[in-house]
Design a protein around this ligand. Structure first.
Ligand SMILES: Cc1cc2nc3c(=O)[nH]c(=O)nc-3n(C[C@H](O)[C@H](O)[C@H](O)COP(=O)(O)O)c2cc1C
Length: 192
């Protein structure tokens, strides 16, 4: 049984790349979380392309597993690149599946967003599209601080570790703000 004071955060990375800047930033966020908060990274890699006929036949087990991971978490942290000015297809596809679950797991769920890109805008366009999608899913998306990691090559070392001090400070601040949002939602709706 988990400690009731412990907060579990399901992490989702929008990139499947082995040396992904976004996965590295997600791991940095896990280390910068306030005491009592724990990151567990989930995956959509096994989820097939959405098809309503397949949904009718049988829900893919990978969709059910990701839905459970999100439903059981106190919050979700999504760290994603921007692909062609928007949300990467794999992440959008996973959200499309999850949105059809009878107990839609994002409903009322605190969600924080961040992203890293090699371009200068640092995933801002992706993040505003993602916010719109999550709004339709009734998620409680954290407003600030926003984390746009632009020019990623200069902010990660040769081993792919996030080393930019300003970015690390912003991520720590976002994790503190996420904890506050979770506690506020739990106070309003009741914990668990
Ligand atoms: C299909 C594709 C589309 C991309 N589109 C954008 C884009 O719109 N904006 C941007 O800043 N970078 C774009 N990039 C570059 C990504 O920022 C870069 O590949 C980044 O490293 C991806 O994140 P990752 O390291 O977590 O895989 C694109 C990359 C790919 C593969």
């Amino acid at each position: 049984m988990t400690d009731p004071g412990q907060l579990e955060v399901a992490g989702l990375c929008g990139s499947l790349r082995a040396a992904s800047y976004n996965r590295s930033a997600l791991q940095a966020a896990g280390q910068l979380m306030p005491a009592g908060m724990n990151l567990r990274v989930a995956s959509f890699v096994e989820i097939p392309i959405y098809c309503a006929d397949e949904q009718e036949r049988a829900w893919p087990s990978a969709v059910l597993a990701l839905g459970d991971a999100i439903a059981q978490a106190d919050a979700v942290l999504i760290c994603s690149p921007e692909y062609n000015f928007s949300v990467p297809g794999g992440l959008k596809n996973a959200l499309d599946w999850l949105s059809r679950l009878p107990r839609q797991p994002f409903k009322g769920k605190p969600v924080a967003i961040m992203g890293a890109a090699t371009g200068p805008v640092g995933t801002a366009r992706m993040q505003y599209d993602l916010r719109r999608i999550l709004q339709f899913l009734d998620a409680q998306v954290l407003l600030k601080p926003e984390i746009f990691i632009g020019n990623a090559k200069a902010k990660f070392d040769d081993e792919g570790k996030l080393v930019d001090e300003t970015t690390l400070k912003f991520i720590g601040d976002q994790m503190t703000a996420l904890e506050r949002l979770i506690r506020r939602e739990q106070a309003v709706n009741g914990a668990g």
